[in-house]
Ligand binder design. Sequence first.
Ligand SMILES: CC(C)(COP(=O)(O)OP(=O)(O)OC[C@H]1O[C@@H](n2cnc3c(N)ncnc32)[C@H](O)[C@@H]1OP(=O)(O)O)[C@@H](O)C(=O)NCCC(=O)NCCS
Length: 207
Amino acid sequence: MFCDDCAMTVRGREVLGSFTVRRVRVEEWRSLRELRLEALRDPIAHLAYLERIEVALERPDSYWQELTRMAASGTSVGQFVAVNEHGDLSGTVTARVTAPGEPDYIGETSPHLRAAVVGVYVRPGHRGGGVLQAVLSETEAWLRVVGVQQVRLHVNEHNVRAQGAYRKCGYVDTGVRVEMVDGVNHEMVRDLRTAHGEVRVVEEATS
Ligand SMILES: CC(C)(COP(=O)(O)OP(=O)(O)OC[C@H]1O[C@@H](n2cnc3c(N)ncnc32)[C@H](O)[C@@H]1OP(=O)(O)O)[C@@H](O)C(=O)NCCC(=O)NCCS
């Protein structure tokens, strides 16, 4: 069982209340479609997603059902969500796992099993409250179970809020720049062997 049933409840900053983080469920495809369409309408969607709203709106229900089915089970794709106290989805992260030698979402191959974080979105009313940290942390816990040792992502050079958010979550800019359809993207990585979901504070030993 890969975290399908392992949910955690997190207390966000006081204005946001508590929310539960878990893997998506097959029957949630309509909610996930709505969340995705909302993300694609975000004022900075052109800096955040390769898909365009016009394309997404044309997709049939069967597309969203299949996407959700794949994200809800198995070890290739895992999508995680934060669910607030009203039962609404407040944020999401998707991880795509690539086998050794298999081209990943930007066509690169690696001799190692690795993963990319994509489709990151936190609804405006829930930003700044720890939703991203919580959902990323749960996603990374799943990736560790799957056997992934390093996760990476690409963030547009002009998407400074996302860059700041990822840095807070322990992602490090490798200095690699990738030209994509939305412009230049920064590669950021997190080593899951040394990271354990929280910021490690190293204290000086006292005698
Ligand atoms: C990106 C996103 C998921 C981040 O989640 P969030 O809850 O907004 O992130 P946070 O507020 O916790 O962290 C943002 C950090 O970036 C920094 N930041 C925010 N706005 C900034 C700005 N305009 N310039 C520079 N830094 C900024 C801050 O340091 C902040 O950290 P702080 O809490 O220490 O002040 C969310 O804003 C979102 O969904 N954006 C739209 C879609 C998107 O960009 N997705 C990512 C695609 S790669």
